[in-house]
Design a binder for this molecule. Sequence first.
Ligand code: PLP
Length: 417
Amino acid sequence: FPTLSEADPELFATIDAEAKRQEQHIELIASENYASPAVMQAQGTVLTNKYAEGLPGRRYYGGCEFVDQSEDLARERAKQLFGAKFANVQPHSGAQANAAVFLALLQPGDKFLGFSLAHGGHLTHGSPVNFSGKLYQPIAYELNAETGEIDYDALEEAARREKPKMILGGFSAYSRHVDWARMRRLADEIGAWFMVDMAHVAGLVATGAYPSPLPHAHVVTTTTHKTLRGPRGGLILSAEDNEDLHKKLNSAVFPGQQGGPLMHVIAAKAVAFGEALKPEFAEYQQQVLKNAKAMAEVMIERGYKVVSGGTDDHLFLVDMIGREVTGKDAEETLGQAHITLNKNAVPNDPRSPFVTSGLRIGSPAGTTRGFKEAEMAQIAGWICDILDALQAGDAQTTVDQVRGQVAELCARFPVYG
Ligand code: PLP
């Protein structure tokens, strides 16, 4: 067989360009990271050729003896990493892991309580454009606009009034610890399931850097590619000793949701879970926390409002309500300086979700390439320089200057070398 660059130079050029972008730009999207070469190597193997519907030892296809071993490694490592009794490593993505849990625990039309998308939840937590909002009946809980933290009193009131069948914890943009124990007590009180989607903080949770939802939730879902730094994919876990629940979850993934599992991705998940079990991964997660704090502190010193006043995890939100700059413009202009992040709605945002008054800033990818507090503080300073210049009416000179500094910094901290 010819190599990829020989077989398909046109496609190869797009990958080459993306590789250069990843090396030369500073990545602050809170949900992104750089997977290790070993993780990527596992994904590029012959395991992509194999059909393996079913579970290890109980497949609908022959020739599964070796992929069974790969999947068992992934399942056992996931259980060890998170202290779980059950793991299903087959969901193709975080959204599909969530869809499988809904399918296992709810009937179409059932009520559930999820975190509002506009306040930090994910699409799959009840957005009207998503299966979760179309097939089920979502009730949303929100942030307290003054504290910027989850409004637990209002959440409890809504749960007691509406009696949802499930309470869904977890988030895509929230910088504080969630009180999992309080949410489980509430679920028990009203006889609901308690599910947690820990996609954003899974890597932190794996190493004790963020409170684990496993001891509290009936079911926990996650992606494997954010702070957990594995391949793109999903994972379902449970610490409950409940065979019936485990069976329901397994059959909701297959045959409920999916056909053949992506065995090459499952192998890469096993590699990532193995990496996450090593002591260096815990050091990495501690640095992720320090780096997010270092950036938030600079932004606050420079006069920018940070939702909830700081961060206890890998991300924070900058609230620019009332300023002469939108999240959309800020994202675009910072992009011109090769600083990649995303606009994000903030509590009580008067602007549309396509424009927004906020930015979401995350530390996982920068930390992987070796940035420490000093580099993160410098980057936060550049962000403030550009935001200040944007509000003053002309950011071009600042953007050009910062782009040069970004290039130097990235050259000093290569991702893959
Ligand atoms: N859950 C949360 C909390 C997320 O933030 C995301 C993605 O950003 C997902 C689920 C969906 O994951 P995926 O994009 O793999 O479907």
